[in-house]
Design a protein around this ligand. Sequence first.
Ligand SMILES: [Zn+2]
Length: 113
Amino acid sequence: MHELGVASEILDIALSEAGRHAAKKVTSIRLRVGVLRAIEPENLSFLFGHLARGTPAEGALLEIVEEPVRVECEGCGASEARSFTIECPRCKGPGVTVTGGDSLSILSLEIDA
Ligand SMILES: [Zn+2]
């Protein structure tokens, strides 16, 4: 259930942004979530909706953009993988380093003033 922590983190950011712009309502939130976070978008939306009840973010739509795993392969220069890996997804070489894919950030926020 780690989506609960993530949902509350997103809500905090959304509400403070809404406050900064004196917005009455947050209508949608676009997020980038790295696949290494292993977040179920449906769970996240559900929990967010629950937490946001009674706040300006109630009913806001969560739009989740998945970020692939970032890798660096010495052999072929591959830079993305579908999931955590110790071999290169393209050339199957062992010289692969995972460099990212666990980000969690808000890309944009739509508000009604
Ligand atoms: Zn490779």
